[in-house]
Design a binder for this molecule. Structure first.
Ligand code: GLA
Length: 716
């Protein structure tokens, strides 16, 4: 609920348990007042002017007032605020200074055009006018009765007759009245995505940023700030995220007066946007949240919000249990081999077969064929029809892999349209492929047509991959002055294709992917209910990746497969049961040669699928708790609890079996203290209070990488 107090000119934005307050001050600046637990009071006294030498006063303001020290809602450049601005524009005469002043507000529709966005809530639009140019800025705030996430975005319009260029337009910026914070970021690399990293925030700034044209493996659009002693379970923290999948930045800066400015949006490393008269620019949406239950509470708030307000509707649906042929065959497959795999999958109770890379064009290795989205008849004689027919006979869905954004130099598409490639020759190469210029509508149209032809053949599932990052960042179709728009326009093209395909094929299930989890973000979850979490399926590494991913995303977003050992990425051998248990913390699937499984392993697969189906409601709708941190010790343990707290599913792993080991315990979380839960491993029931306060003993591991699972059900 949003209220405006005319007298104090304060906006009260109330979420489920949080309030976000800002006001219009006597000069017309938007001053941030408060973000935290519910607040109804006039808190304008918090922004007492503080005179500091070397902090200038803007035109028209009184002696002690400086934009350098006042807490603001959207920092500007050049009139005395030396902190990192949220907004930077160049006028036709070259001047870059601006001052944004309030002119009015209105309640409007939420959302942003042509980009993924949150649904529902109540939206406030604040109108600001630049006192030094003809630019107007709108700030949008959406609050939700059922959530402690506040969604913010901005738009900039040129209302004058002269040209202007945006160099930065953040989705949000906020000045928190905090100083003692630690920042938590999710960083990594291919096959090692979303490794949490905690850093104290001293003076100056820290950022998490991707300039790769994708949210990336290396960074993730998520930043948490932990106050004081806050930890996983206790204390106050703030979370910041973006509903965006391209190059981004989230940055926190501690100022001379120990305030923390947090800002974020499109990465401005190579960004500019021309605003001709009457043109308008929209930023992506950001999510800002607060929790007083530590990082764990913050993750649950974000997960619930993403599921309820951002993720596409299919995210609520029961997920396919997939058999993907990639690690079973790589490029080396024949129709008989695939048919055998389909039969074996059906025997085991797998419901979807996914044909991965290598079915199209002249693709027999990663050196060729991307862009030619028609069946490689030499390799797949008879086309897809026999595979689709076999799936149907077996009661299975047929799924297929695409990498729509890419082109190989050795392809018909590249020969026909060399100018459809991003950048000019010589270009940087990566995985022997180039990126298609998705800023061009004709490229998006072409891909839609090509994919549509295949999807019409009876495809029920699509894995949408993206296997290299962008370079050169230019388009043959954009004028010189607009090349800085390329990266964002590329992203808009990707969203446009996803939007069109989803509208045309509402029954097709889409999975996102980018060399594993290289584009694991809220923007993608708007279109794809789940994302291939990582190319690394090693049970030990995967446990860590799932742990880190759960900081910002629901378990239901993670696609997790059981693969062969020695693991193809790490060479490590882990028990088959461990691979199944770790995969069971997300949408479970299989990615190995099922024909090579022993009878015992086949039986295990059947059991894993049955268990997956029984715990699926927990994964889709439950709350996740991180219990034992695999980055801090020998153990991993995560729990997911149903909304009504009647069921809990726990998965744990002992990394290394220890000599002379001794009893260790884990305390469960999220249970109803009064309820009694049956604990199968003890063959008795315990109260939620006992399970949370006293805990359970970890089973002793006889071998490295052994896992355990507990499914606890409350007694009537
Ligand atoms: C990426 C994906 C894999 C597989 C290959 C195919 O690496 O993450 O799962 O689809 O591409 O080339």
């Amino acid at each position: 609920m949003i209220k405006f107090d005319e007298k104090t000119r304060t906006f009260f934005l109330h979420g489920k348990e949080v309030s976000y307050l800002f006001r219009v001050d006597e000069y017309g600046y938007l001053e941030h007042l408060y973000f935290g637990p519910k607040a109804e009071d006039d808190l304008s006294y918090l922004n007492a002017p503080s005179f500091l030498s070397f902090s200038p006063t803007p035109p028209g303001a009184g002696g002690d007032f400086s934009l350098d020290t006042v807490r603001q809602e959207y920092g500007t450049y050049g009139q005395g605020d030396f902190r990192i601005p949220a907004f930077l524009a160049v006028r036709e005469d070259g001047e870059r200074a601006s001052r944004l002043l309030y002119t009015g507000h209105a309640f409007t529709e939420g959302g942003v055009p042509n980009m993924p966005h949150a649904r529902g809530g109540q939206t406030l639009r604040i109108d600001l006018k630049d006192a030094r140019s003809s630019l107007t800025v709108h700030l949008f705030y959406t609050v939700f009765d059922d959530s402690d996430v506040i969604v913010r975005s901005a738009s900039v319009a040129n209302r004058g007759t002269a040209h202007a260029t945006l160099l930065r337009a953040d989705a949000f910026s906020v000045d928190l009245f905090e100083s003692d914070v630690r920042a938590v970021r999710l960083v990594g690399r291919h096959a090692n995505e979303r490794m949490p990293e905690e850093t104290p925030l001293g003076h100056g700034s820290i950022a998490v940023r991707s300039s790769r044209g994708a949210s990336s493996h290396q960074a993730n659009p998520f930043l948490a700030l932990l106050l004081g002693n806050a930890d996983e379970e206790r204390g106050e923290c703030y979370g910041f995220g973006l509903i965006y999948s391209g190059s981004f930045v989230l940055e926190a800066e501690r100022s001379q007066t120990d305030l923390i400015r947090v800002r974020g949006g499109i990465d401005d490393t190579n960004f500019s946007w021309e605003l001709a008269p009457n043109e308008m620019f929209f930023t992506p949406q950001s999510m800002i949240s607060y929790s007083k239950e530590g990082l764990g509470g913050l993750s649950r708030t974000l997960s619930r919000f993403l599921r309820a307000h951002v993720a596409c509707m299919e995210a609520m649906r029961s997920r396919p249990v997939v058999c993907n042929n990639w690690e079973a065959t790589y490029f080396d497959f024949t129709p008989p081999r695939l048919l055998a795999l389909i039969d074996e999958a059906a025997e085991l109770g797998i419901d979807t077969f996914v044909l991965d890379d290598g079915w199209f064009g002249s693709r027999n290795s990663d050196a060729e064929g991307l862009g030619d989205w028609f069946v490689n008849e030499k390799k797949l004689r008879g086309g897809l029809a026999p595979l689709i027919a076999r799936c149907r006979e077996r009661g299975m869905t047929f799924g297929i892999w695409f990498e729509p954004e890419m082109v190989s130099e050795k392809s018909e598409l590249y020969r026909a349209h060399p100018d459809w490639t991003v950048g000019r020759s010589p270009r940087a190469e990566s995985r022997n492929q180039y990126v298609l210029d998705f800023s061009r509508p004709e490229v998006v149209d072409y891909l839609f047509g090509a994919m549509e032809n295949i999807l019409r053949c009876g495809v029920g599932y699509v894995k949408w991959d993206m296997n290299r990052h962008l370079t050169e960042f230019t388009s043959e179709a954009l004028p010189a002055a607009r090349q800085g728009e390329f990266s964002h326009r590329y992203m808009l093209g990707v969203y446009a294709l996803a939007e069109r395909l989803k509208a045309a094929f509402p029954d097709v299930f889409f999975e996102g992917c980018s060399g594993g989890g290289g584009r694991f973000d809220a923007g993608m979850l708007y279109y794809f209910p789940q994302i291939w979490t990582s190319d690394n399926t090693d049970a030990f590494d995967r446990a860590r990746i799932e742990w880190g991913t759960s900081f910002a995303y629901p378990l239901s977003a993670m696609s997790c497969h059981v693969s062969a050992c020695p693991n193809h990425q790490t060479g490590r051998t882990t028990p088959f049961s461990s691979r199944g248990d770790i995969a069971s913390l997300g949408a479970t699937g299989y990615e190995l040669d099922l024909g090579k499984l022993t009878e015992e392993e086949k039986e295990a697969v059947r059991g894993q699928i049955a268990r997956y189906r029984s715990i699926e409601p927990l994964l889709l709708f439950g709350d996740a708790y991180r219990l034992l941190d695999p980055f801090r010790g020998n153990y991993f343990c995560m729990e997911v609890v149903s909304g009504d707290r009647s069921r809990a599913y726990v998965v744990g792993m002992t990394a290394h079996a220890a000599a002379a080991d001794y009893p260790r315990r884990v305390r469960l979380r999220g249970l109803d203290p009064e309820k009694r839960y049956f604990v199968p491993s003890l063959q008795r029931s315990l109260t939620g209070a006992a399970l949370q306060n006293a805990g359970l003993l970890l089973p002793r591991a006889a071998h490295d990488f052994e896992t355990w699972t507990w499914l606890l059900e409350a007694e009537e």
